[in-house]
Design a binder for this molecule. Structure first.
Ligand SMILES: Nc1ncnc2c1ncn2[C@@H]1O[C@H](COP(=O)(O)OP(=O)(O)OP(=O)(O)O)[C@@H](O)[C@H]1O
Length: 335
């Protein structure tokens, strides 16, 4: 039975609270819904999704609330968290080796996940493990099930990890760049599988990615993160085709090829690191629409209609802001 995931006012800081990596983040993923969490490297996407699994670095100072159904995840003991991981909530990590045991044959690893959550015979668990390996695109899965992780390529290991994450039929799946290491054909197969599980079995999906094309293909809602905050959210079509926060426009521009320049656009400058973030709009120094108001104090999220919200005081000016405003040669990086 799938349960919704809800994060309310999550703040995560390091260095005794001096370095705030995530500030006051709230989001929600209902059963059967796919939310894409996008943003540049370091914006806090991975940290937010790992927090939802109770996997926080020991030196992190955390406040806020994370609930799965009616359970408050930040209040669960390690044993209670372990009991819900896999079946209620599971995660596909960026680095496959981090969750594969090098001395366990991959078929056994997948079977163990199944048997730790369901009472099924060894034979039945094995049959399902092989079926899952096939579904994630591993050829001759019955033979490959007896191999060890190091006998697979990086892309194959990623697929095995995806099979493991899906083995206990999780109600909520957190996927952190799940297909980045895969070629486009395999990637398409995995994305179709995730989409099928969500539509047919009501699995909720939080997809963390910097790849807007992947997010666009799978998600009905998108939240854009910048420097530890959500800066825009709404239905995927609205955020992608009618962005109302200049940063989202820049992010979209950076994924398009400029025909005349034949190179990628990039947003000039760098996002401020934790500990260097201003008390006003965090995008102000890179924004083509910046005014004094943007630097006057913290900027809240503004409703811009139809459930779309943007952390910007100039949302009315954004529609006139073409993606050309951000077209730059990435090799001529601004200091
Ligand atoms: N254990 C830690 N100690 C100190 N800072 C940390 C720790 N873990 C994460 N951070 C900081 O938290 C911020 C967010 O990191 P996070 O990995 O969530 O970013 P991200 O958006 O997922 O980036 P990427 O796409 O590269 O994974 C970074 O600035 C990082 O330096």
């Amino acid at each position: 039975m799938a349960e919704g995931l809800r994060i309310d006012n999550l703040t995560i800081a390091f260095d005794r609270g001096r370095q705030e990596a995530i500030s006051d983040l709230s989001l929600q993923v209902s059963p059967g819904e796919a939310l894409g969490l996008v943003g540049e490297s370091g914006s806090g996407k991975s940290l937010a999704s790992r927090a939802a699994l109770g996997l926080l670095p020991a030196n992190a100072k955390v406040s806020g609330r994370i609930t799965l159904g009616d359970r408050s995840l930040l209040d669960l003991s390690p044993g209670q968290l372990q009991a819900i991981r896999g079946s209620r909530i599971a995660m596909i990590f960026q680095d496959p080796m981090s969750s594969l045991n090098p001395v366990v044959r991959v078929g056994d690893a997948i079977s163990q996940v199944i048997r730790s959550h369901e009472t099924v015979s060894r034979g039945e668990a094995r049959r399902r493990a092989i079926e899952l390996m096939e579904r994630v695109g591993i050829r001759s899965p019955a033979e490959r099930a007896t191999s060890y992780p190091h006998e697979f390529s990086g892309g194959m290991r990623q697929r095995i990890m995806i099979a493991m994450a899906l083995a206990a039929r999780p109600g909520m799946l957190l996927a952190d760049e799940p297909t980045t290491a895969l070629d486009v054909i395999v990637q398409a197969g995995i994305l179709r599988l995730l989409d099928e599980l969500r539509r047919n079995e009501g699995m909720g999906l939080l997809l963390v990615s910097h790849d807007l094309a992947v997010v666009a293909s799978l998600c009905d809602h998108i939240a854009v993160m910048y420097a530890g905050q959500i800066v825009e959210e709404g239905r995927a079509g609205d955020v992608l085709f009618r962005p109302r926060m200049p940063y989202t426009v820049g992010l979209l521009a950076s994924t398009q090829r400029s025909k005349s320049l034949r190179r990628l656009a990039s947003i000039p400058g760098r996002p401020p690191a934790p500990g260097e973030r201003p008390n006003h709009c965090r995008f102000a120094d890179r924004c083509p629409l910046v005014t004094d108001t943007c630097r006057a104090g913290p900027i809240p999220m503004f409703d811009v209609g139809e459930g779309q919200r943007a952390r910007c005081v100039r949302t009315d000016k954004v529609p006139s802001l073409g993606t050309d405003a951000f077209v730059r040669d990435p090799l001529a990086v601004d200091a």
